[in-house]
Write a protein that binds this ligand. Structure first.
Ligand code: NAD
Ligand code: ZN
Length: 233
């Protein structure tokens, strides 16, 4: 139920943060990790998205990523992404922190964003560490570095890996001083992003969650819309 208090909050907000997870892309047809349809060749995402899996079989991991890149290329931003893109020019200060790697937020038009888990269309060299964009599905698998021909890997934060501290700091600094925070389509099972959100809430940010189900942060938010993000946004 949209109430007057919420409208006033949104209209008067100066510094607005949005934290998104896989759920915002569900309506674009991109499977979430923990929802149905997360299986591929009898592997679980949690078993493929690790540095150990890549070290064991880089070709298999690149095949999996090529398949996911195709799903992302076939998908289009949905009304949820479009509204989050519009927020950027609506509020005086804005930052989107996304856990998604699917590139749908940039495609919807967001430029003030931090992709804390990386982007599926970026590769990183395992030797010289340089990053490069992939505009289409790589023809040669495993992908080699554009600069030195060594083995490249997806530029993604895998399970068990640490975050880019600079990006994390940018996200944290903004969230902690935000006056309004939208938490959209995340289960909160990945600890770091939800920790940022809970710190922001304890610093006084007014939190609005949009998720058909409860997440690990639902008990802390000020308002929870238990519906799909495309509809509510
Ligand atoms: P998750 O799979 O753990 O949780 C998805 C959440 O979205 C659930 O809480 C579910 O109830 C909710 N949801 C489902 N449909 C929704 C809808 N229509 N509207 C709003 N919410 C909806 O996802 P997570 O919390 O983002 O964590 C998964 C990790 O996997 C992330 O780190 C992310 O990097 C990665 N991942 C990314 C993508 C992507 O880029 N699209 C897809 C799968 C996984
Ligand atoms: Zn290189």
């Amino acid at each position: 139920m949209i109430n007057q208090q919420l409208i006033t909050k949104i209209k008067s907000a100066k510094r607005v943060a949005v934290l998104t997870g896989a759920g915002i892309s569900a309506e674009s047809g991109i499977p979430t990790f923990r929802g149905a349809g997360g299986y591929w060749r009898n592997y679980r995402a949690e078993d493929l998205a690790t540095p150990e899996a890549f070290a064991r079989d880089p070709k298999l991991i690149w095949e999996w990523y090529a398949m996911r890149m195709q799903v992302c290329l076939d998908a289009k931003p949905n009304p949820g992404h479009e509204v989050v893109a519009k927020m950027e020019s609506y509020f005086p200060e804005f930052l989107l922190v996304t856990q998604n790697v699917d590139n749908l937020h940039p495609r919807a038009g967001n430029t003030k964003l931090v992709e804390i888990h990386g982007n599926i269309f970026t590769a990183r060299c395992t030797s010289c560490q340089k990053k490069f964009k992939m505009e289409s599905i790589p023809k040669q698998i495993p992908v080699q570095c554009n600069f030195c021909n060594s083995l490249a890997r997806p530029h993604i934060v895998w399970f068990g890996e640490s975050y880019d501290l600079k990006l994390l700091q940018i996200a944290r600094n903004f969230l902690l001083e935000s006056d309004l925070l939208f938490i959209i389509g995340t289960s909160g099972q990945v600890g770091v992003p939800v920790q940022l959100a809970s710190e922001a809430i304890s610093h006084g940010s007014y939190a609005i969650e949009i998720n058909p189900e409860n997440s690990t942060i639902s008990n802390l938010v000020n308002m929870h819309f238990a519906n799909s993000s495309g509809e509510i946004l």
